[in-house]
Design a protein around this ligand. Structure first.
Ligand code: 3H9
Length: 700
């Protein structure tokens, strides 16, 4: 008995209850008494069966991630010790699962002979998302329980499954609608009475036999799963470990799994991914919005604009089960927008990621209108119209006169001043920025822009809505481009000059993809459409020699088959174009520039370092509250490689002092503002080299 583990008896059945809030993680202080209790019960002849259950909101959700990187993580009794003890029970054991059994939690449950659960429970091995593999037998026992193909999917994706699937696959033995522990007790009592002597999972061979004889098939399935795991070590280790279970004796494969686990735990990628895990949770904690601030109720959302952005935002709400009224100016545009939503869902149905029934349910939540009056009853209205202040003024002025009191009025602006927008209404306290990222139905990031007068409960509402529609929210302050686009501008500032001075689009893009970005900035520009930036430059009276020249030739990127690259007959693969190379040389000649070899280091220093510098300025100004918030923006909105933990985390690992020194070098050479080191960056570089401890008071 301890604060973390209690043992109760129901006749001859022992019930062990774990209680380690908030998520019953397997911390050292829990492992110790749990191990002692299990050993005692195993050897107690008066005990005929064991129920392993949890108090609180969930079953065990994994190892204690806060212990990783400290000696406690590996201190014994370890989780493998606990599982080995469970497996040594000669009387039946059952895990009674409610909430989530994740990672080490699911592994612990697989030390038992049986698993039963309540209907809403979920089961998963999310270690891969922390840059790890299941390190307590998960890659060995799950395949033995449900077969290698299904296990591999769960392990490599890290995504949980529900009771229906778990029961069908054999992961679960029974589901109970209520009274989980009482039912689990009756379940194990019946097993004990029947004198059943089930094999521990580690000794079961029946589900892996077929795969052992068909490793080719296993390898093909694994290769498909690994396609999505660009540059990450953990998914490949997961696959190898499951494969070891097919080619090695259990004990050897288990020991190898442990080696892989420790190797990954000590590596840079897991460190980065664990940083992101905690940063994401920190980002949800917002100054001035504590638990006492209750969100307003949102039962219906209004979306203004049924274009690509408005449609994507509408889909996010529909996916979250929130009814939407979408508004367009003309019936034709409205019909087109709604049809596009339907076809996007159809693609998911065809791919098998959405059922036809679910599609119909979502479409049934969607109403269209061309009349602002139909938005009157919405609890939140998000505009996704043209990025021009005059247009926003019209929209917000109209909304102010129509939408019910207390509704949240949100703008999806990607760079305009939210305070000015709020000023177009008589209720600036209800106005907030909700900046989605394209395609909005797919991208996870939501920048919530806090205006000067935004009420705390409006922020709480935006955060709550974000959770309901499965977005990752980061609250930011008002400035041109907020966090993401402002840093993107800094990252892009040198791109033209790099080309003029001697680099090629493919060389720059390769530096980016080698770093781990899904694509480089020039391929990205071609994908997004070069005409967008051209139009913006023209409206601001700005020019860009090469990009403008491409647009003047009608080279708008993929949509015209030509941009920085050439795209053969509708293909998406960028192919370097000698005409572009000639154009770049011509523009350089016109400017009297002698083109030279440009190294990969120089490209990194002139693109990523200004971006980090801008991130530091953003922190300095309180536009973001924490360096981790900036990382969350970049990983979830712009494809910054997760294995590098986001720009600010990466900068710390690289060494801030070295970055400041190179920024100074480039500043001295070019005199450009983007290279002038931010005071905060200098300060952090000279005092410990950390940005992650910097906490700013958020600007409004
Ligand atoms: C593993 O198991 C390795 C093994 O294979 C091998 C070992 C040898 N540890 O997310 P929430 C904290 S690796 C420590 O806001 P929710 C979290 O930081 C692990 N702390 O709640 C937060 O703290 P705070 C594999 C943890 O209801 C608070 O709990 N398991 C852990 O939205 C509430 O969290 C996983 O990767 C942890 N394991 O979601 C599961 N988990 O309040 C990771 C959470 O101070 N966890 N915390 O900010 C999750 O996915 C979600 O937290 C969960 C609850 C679904 C459980």
């Amino acid at each position: 008995m301890s604060d973390y583990v209690t043992v109760a008896r129901d006749g001859e059945i022992a019930i062990v209850t774990i209680d380690n809030p908030p998520v019953n993680a397997l911390s050292f202080h829990l492992r110790q008494p749990l191990h002692a209790a299990l050993e005692e019960l195993r050897d107690d002849p008066s005990v005929a069966g064991l129920v392993l259950a949890c108090a609180g909101r969930s079953f065990v959700s994994g190892a204690d991630i806060t212990e990783f990187g400290t000696p406690k993580a590996l201190e014994r009794p370890s989780l493998p010790d606990l599982i080995a003890t469970l497996e040594s029970f000669e009387k039946p054991t059952v895990a009674a699962i409610h909430g989530t059994a994740l990672g080490g939690g699911l592994e612990l449950s697989m030390g038992c002979h049986y698993r039963v659960a309540d209907a809403s429970a979920r089961f998963g091995l999310p270690e891969v998302k922390l840059g790890l593999l299941p390190g307590a037998g998960g890659t060995q026992r799950l395949p033995r329980l449900i077969g290698p193909a299904k296990a591999l999917k769960i392990i490599v994706s890290g995504n949980p499954v529900g009771t229906k699937e778990a029961l069908a696959d054999g992961l679960l033995d029974a589901v109970f609608e209520s009274d989980l522990v009482a039912n689990a007790t009756a379940f194990v009592r019946a097993k004990a009475k029947a004198g059943e002597k089930p094999l521990p999972i580690s000794q079961r061979e029946d589900r892996i036999e077929a795969a052992r004889n068909d490793l080719k098939r296993f390898d093909a399935e694994a290769a498909t799963l690994l396609k999505k795991s660009r540059g990450l070590d953990a998914p490949a280790r997961c696959v190898q470990s499951v494969r070891n279970g097919l080619t090695m004796p259990f004990a050897e494969a288990l020991a190898t799994e442990r080696e892989y686990f420790i190797e990954l735990l000590q590596g840079d990628q897991s460190k980065a991914q664990r940083h992101l895990f905690f940063a994401q949770r920190e980002a949800a904690k917002v100054e001035g919005v504590d638990k006492s601030v209750k969100p307003r109720q949102v039962k219906r959302a209004g979306i203004i604009g049924a274009g690509t952005m408005g449609g994507g935002i509408a889909m996010s709400f529909l996916n979250g089960g929130i009814p939407v009224t979408i508004l367009e100016m003309s019936q034709e545009a409205l019909d087109r927008g709604i049809a596009r939503i339907g076809t996007t869902y159809d693609i998911s149905v065809k791919r098998g990621s959405l059922s036809e029934e679910a599609k119909q349910e979502r479409m049934a939540l969607l109403a269209g209108t061309t009349d602002y009056a139909d938005l009157a009853d919405c609890d939140i209205v998000i505009e996704a119209v043209f990025e021009e202040m005059a247009v926003k003024k019209d929209v917000f002025g109209t909304l102010d006169g129509i939408v019910k009191k207390g509704a949240v009025l949100a703008s999806n602006t990607s760079y305009l001043d939210v305070n000015e927008i709020a000023g177009f209404t008589d209720r600036p306290q209800d106005v907030v920025g909700m900046h989605f990222f394209s395609p909005a139905n797919v991208m996870k990031l939501l920048e919530i822009v806090r205006g000067e007068k935004t009420a705390p409960d409006v922020l709480a509402t935006a955060l709550d809505v974000a959770r309901r529609i499965a977005k990752v929210p980061v609250v930011v302050g008002v400035c041109h481009g907020f966090v993401g686009n402002r840093m993107l501008a800094a990252r892009s500032a040198e791109l033209e000059d790099l080309l003029l001075e001697g680099a090629t689009p493919e060389q720059v893009d390769k530096v980016f993809t080698d770093f781990g970005w899904p694509m480089g900035p020039f391929a990205m520009g071609d994908l997004a459409g070069l005409d967008i930036g051209w139009r913006t430059r023209k409206s601001l009276g700005k020019t860009a020699a090469i990009a403008d020249a491409l647009c003047e030739q009608g080279r708008f990127g993929q949509k015209t088959g030509k941009g920085y690259y050439i795209y053969e007959s509708g293909a998406r693969k960028p192919v370097p174009d000698p005409e572009v190379a000639a154009l770049i040389e011509e523009k350089a000649r016109e400017r009297g520039i002698n083109r030279r070899e440009i190294s990969a280091e120089e490209i990194t220093e002139r693109t990523l370092y200004p971006m980090i510098n801008e991130g530091a300025k953003i922190l300095q100004e309180g536009i973001a509250a924490r360096a981790g918030d900036v990382d969350i923006v970049w990983v979830n909105g712009y494809g910054f490689p997760v294995g590098k933990g986001g720009p600010m985390f990466w900068a710390e690992q690289e060494g801030l002092a070295g970055i400041v020194e190179r920024l100074e070098h480039w500043h001295g050479k070019t005199g450009k503002d983007v290279f002038e080191p931010a005071a905060l960056l200098r300060q952090a570089a000279s005092g410990g080299g950390r940005l992650s401890g910097v906490k700013t008071s958020r600007a409004a």
